[in-house]
Design a protein around this ligand. Structure first.
Ligand code: DX5
Ligand code: ZN
Length: 222
């Protein structure tokens, strides 16, 4: 049984000091989760390729770029140039996810599809052979600090069953409301990568919070 990966989300970090925000998780995180929001697909605006490029310049960790935007196909190249390593977009914004997955992979980047909490796993199955990972939202996208929606976790198992039925290798990432109190439940669901935002960056001691989460993940493997 391999260890799950930790993907801290910078969404609730102090953007006035990105170097500090990244240093908090260096040596603890496996990848950095960057939440791109356009104020169109979700009712919030965060940042674009400029910030991805800035984070790229201060860390060698892989960058996991979560596109909560209405027209992802138009921006894939910009995020690739900015230094994204993993790029995921919401299946809810397109009738042609296969084309966007192909575009991401044509740049040799890891391609992911994101499912909102209410979107059934079956929506993905026609394209499951084209993804490197699936991002299962356990909150409505748009904001950090929300409560987890545990009913969405069942999709992790459904996706992994379908993947093994088709003889496919893919990872399932869970995003939203993950905290030390519910992390075991998230890992029990079969999650390979956990996104954790506010319970690290809103903590009184963010680095300690990140280390505590890392310890639970490592313990779960044994
Ligand atoms: C929400 C983002 C999540 C969020 C996670 O739309 O996709 O990545 O920042 O933050 P927490 O862990 O605070 O829910
Ligand atoms: Zn996210």
């Amino acid at each position: 049984m391999s260890r799950a990966k930790l993907a801290p989300s910078l969404l609730n970090a102090d953007f006035s000091d990105l170097r500090k925000a990244v240093s908090i998780i260096e040596g603890i995180a496996d990848v950095i989760h960057l939440d791109v929001m356009d104020g169109n697909f979700v009712p919030n605006i965060t940042f674009g390729p400029l910030i991805v490029k800035a984070v790229r310049s201060i860390t060698s960790l892989p960058l996991d770029v979560h596109l909560m935007i209405a027209h992802p196909a138009e921006y894939i190249e910009d995020f690739v140039k900015a230094g994204a390593d993993w790029i995921s977009f919401h299946i809810e914004v397109t009738r042609h996810p296969g084309e966007i997955l192909g575009l991401i992979r044509s740049h040799e980047k890891r391609a992911g599809i994101v499912l909102n909490p209410q979107t059934p796993a079956q929506r993905l199955f026609d394209y499951i052979d084209l993804v490197d990972f699936v991002l299962v939202m356990t909150v409505m996208p748009g904001f950090g600090g929300q409560r987890i929606m545990p009913e969405a976790l069942g999709k992790v198992g459904e996706i992994k069953e379908e993947a093994s039925r088709q003889g496919l290798q893919l990872e399932v990432e869970v995003d939203g409301g993950v905290k030390t109190e519910n992390l075991e439940m998230v890992l029990e669901a079969g999650t390979d990568i956990v996104v954790v935002g506010s319970s690290i960056y809103a903590a009184s001691d963010p680095r300690q919070a990140a280390s505590d989460i890392r310890a639970i993940i490592d313990h779960h493997m044994r």
